[in-house]
Design a protein around this ligand. Structure first.
Ligand SMILES: Nc1ncnc2c1ncn2[C@@H]1O[C@H](COP(=O)(O)OP(=O)(O)OP(=O)(O)O)[C@@H](O)[C@H]1O
Ligand SMILES: [Mg+2]
Length: 251
């Protein structure tokens, strides 16, 4: 019902018309490095010469602004909201509006806030729009699929069986909904069990990222982030996998 009467739905496609690829970073479980990956992936693609946007859709616990050290910036109003550009990346987050205030939202309110953000944001021409998603595979993931129709998913897991079980479900859901999956990254790699590569047969495993015990010192400082082992692993994964080529559309 909401779909047919809400004029915001129709505007989203227009707002994203100049965006070549949309990559949603997901994974089901919490705390597995989705936000860090989304932020560093955006920085890496920008460093490689692409025009990049970063959309933080974790409306209750936005984190990408903390990771990138963004403070005191706000979108500009001009027939919508133009996201501020930081380190060459256009960044949109609910934090511009909520500041330090908590934003505990229920189901329909999450959808509404997301819809509003998508409908008002005027992205420039972009090669990649990276989307950070909250944990879980409920409202936010389903809304991303529903409203960011061209989104391709980059799925994160850790080496833990616990994370992997959920990731299998995420992948199954995405495949059943015909949503393209670029592949899986194993983050905070432990030992050499090879469990992830053994268990995930249906999607490409793009690479592994080790536990970077110095990453916390780099949070909030882009230059340090770019020099981190974490960023080196992301860059290697991006350079090695055709799934990150601008031309590798799934449509
Ligand atoms: N490879 C890594 N090595 C060391 N620390 C890491 C690594 N990946 C992520 N972290 C750290 O783990 C914590 C959780 O990461 P992050 O916030 O990106 O996870 P998330 O999946 O987005 O969590 P949430 O589900 O709560 O949104 C952060 O402190 C981050 O710096
Ligand atoms: Mg997060």
């Amino acid at each position: 019902m909401l779909e047919t009467v809400d004029p915001r739905i129709n505007i989203i496609d227009k707002r994203l018309a100049g965006v070549k690829r949309i990559i949603a970073v997901s994974g089901g479980k919490g705390g597995i490095g989705k936000s860090l990956t989304a932020a560093v992936l955006a920085l890496t693609l920008s460093e490689l010469g692409h025009r990049v946007g970063l959309l933080d859709l974790d409306l209750s616990a936005p984190s990408t602004h903390v990771i990138l050290g963004i403070e005191g910036l706000y979108p500009e109003e001009d027939k919508g909201l133009v996201p501020p550009e930081i380190h060459g990346i256009e960044i949109m987050s609910i934090v511009y509006f909520s500041g330090d205030n908590p934003t505990p939202l229920r189901g329909i309110d999450i959808s509404n806030a997301m819809l509003e953000l998508l409908a008002v944001t005027r992205w420039g021409p972009l090669d990649f729009l990276i989307v950070d998603t909250p944990p879980g595979i409920g409202d936010a993931t389903l809304d991303v699929i529903r409203w960011l129709k061209r989104a391709e998913f980059l799925v994160l897991t850790t080496s833990s069986k616990v994370a992997l079980e959920t990731v299998k479900k995420v992948i199954r859901m995405l495949r059943e909904l015909n949503v393209p999956v670029i592949g899986v990254i194993e983050n905070m790699r432990m030992g050499g069990s090879g469990l992830v590569r053994r268990e995930l047969k249906e999607v490409p495993v793009l690479g592994e990222i080790g536990f970077d015990d110095k990453i916390e010192d780099s949070i909030g400082e882009v230059n340090k982030l770019l020099e981190s082992d974490f960023a080196a692993s992301i860059k290697e994964i991006v350079m090695r996998n055709p799934g990150f080529k601008l031309s590798s559309y799934h449509f």
